[in-house]
Design a protein around this ligand. Sequence first.
Ligand SMILES: NC(=O)C1=CN([C@@H]2O[C@H](COP(=O)(O)OP(=O)(O)OC[C@H]3O[C@@H](n4cnc5c(N)ncnc54)[C@H](O)[C@@H]3O)[C@@H](O)[C@H]2O)C=CC1
Ligand SMILES: CC(=O)C(=O)O
Length: 413
Amino acid sequence: MAWVLSSLKFEVVWCNSSFSSCLVQNRSSSLPSTDHSISLNTRSIYYKIHPLLPLSATTITIFIMHKSSSDSTLGPGGLDLSQAFFRPINNAAPPSPTKRHNKISVIGAGNVGMAIAQTILTQDLTDELVLVDTNSDKLRGEMLDLQHAAAFLPRTKIHASADSSVTAGSDLCIVTAGARQISGESRLNLLQRNLSLFRAIIPPLVRYSPDTTLLIVSNPVDVLTYVAWKLSGFPSNRVIGSGTNLDSSRFRFLIADHLDVNAQDVQAYIVGEHGDSSVALWSSISIGGVPVLSFLENQQIVYEKETLENIHKSVIDSAYEVIKLKGYTSWAIGYSVANLARSFIRNQRKIHPVSVLAKGFYGIDGEVFLSLPAMIGRGGILGVTNVHLNEEETQRLRDSAKTILEVQTQLGI
Ligand SMILES: NC(=O)C1=CN([C@@H]2O[C@H](COP(=O)(O)OP(=O)(O)OC[C@H]3O[C@@H](n4cnc5c(N)ncnc54)[C@H](O)[C@@H]3O)[C@@H](O)[C@H]2O)C=CC1
Ligand SMILES: CC(=O)C(=O)O
């Protein structure tokens, strides 16, 4: 498989105000058949310009090292088969500059990163999917394995590299890299190991994609979301932790199972820490629009508080149980994070319990990230829902904030 250095001349036709996305017109007579950044279907292409390129010039030259992931794309003597196979349409107009080209990067191609990547692919959420990991062999293996499913998936350009420059121009960077719990270990225990990784991971992501939104998954997710916020210097709406989106799905599953209804008809939130101090919001649970606790009380149906506590305890124990049985959790977090990515990329304005900067909400006054039901769209966190918490829930939420803050103060960030 040969590496080829090509120089391509492009004329800049249009750029957005931050120069993170530009429409450029190809001026070369032939294009290489594959590369890592350029779509080759037409002679006018979108190219996410590297922030360091000389953008003042109206003509730019891009040097690219390109190689084919399969040997068959280059014809004899470097003939561009894709150009030969299709006859170009006369006077074709370039694509509309208002059309968006989405790029999502997943940092960490372990169990969690790959579950997220494959769910994103099957749900057709992005034009480009980038994987980054320090384990180059595993990374290339994972990339090829996904690329080989191309005939069964929506078309997505998949790249992988140990070098984070491959993430340049990402709309969303999902960070899953890091140590995971062994059986019985708490998430907070992972902090020191994952903190040093974050110091290496976050600054290059920010440098290569200054307009990106960071979605943190690595544990302990609330503290590491705070760390990512501090290291990135981003506004807090562009730093999100996957938080209790997963716990809330586990909660909804258990309630739905208990009552034999569809989990999608159960509206129920777990808030606070993604971990042992999480808080179940029983007072606002509804099923098919019926508020559960007030319905039971109005009908004078007796329920035991212990039953509710046991369901919440099962939510907290879920990860420990799965880790004890299979060593790690992956599928549910994969769907959970892909669901968040969909709300972001497709500007769904959907409400998810995710880790946000909680200062000022429910009497929390420290700089702490924890989960609250929040609206997610293209601008990241668009707002926090004004859910009513009863006194006990409010107190538990403040206690959860205190638990996270105590860990955070040891960081010295
Ligand atoms: N927030 C949540 O709800 C959940 C969070 N997690 C967390 O996700 C993290 C990953 O878990 P798994 O995927 O099971 O672990 P894993 O061990 O399978 O994968 C971690 C990957 O990170 C890579 N990595 C290490 N340093 C890196 C660096 N500097 N740059 C890029 N990649 C690097 C490793 O090579 C490895 O492939 C853990 O912290 C785990 O606790 C897991 C499940 C749910
Ligand atoms: C590992 C983890 O955080 C979870 O599955 O909830």
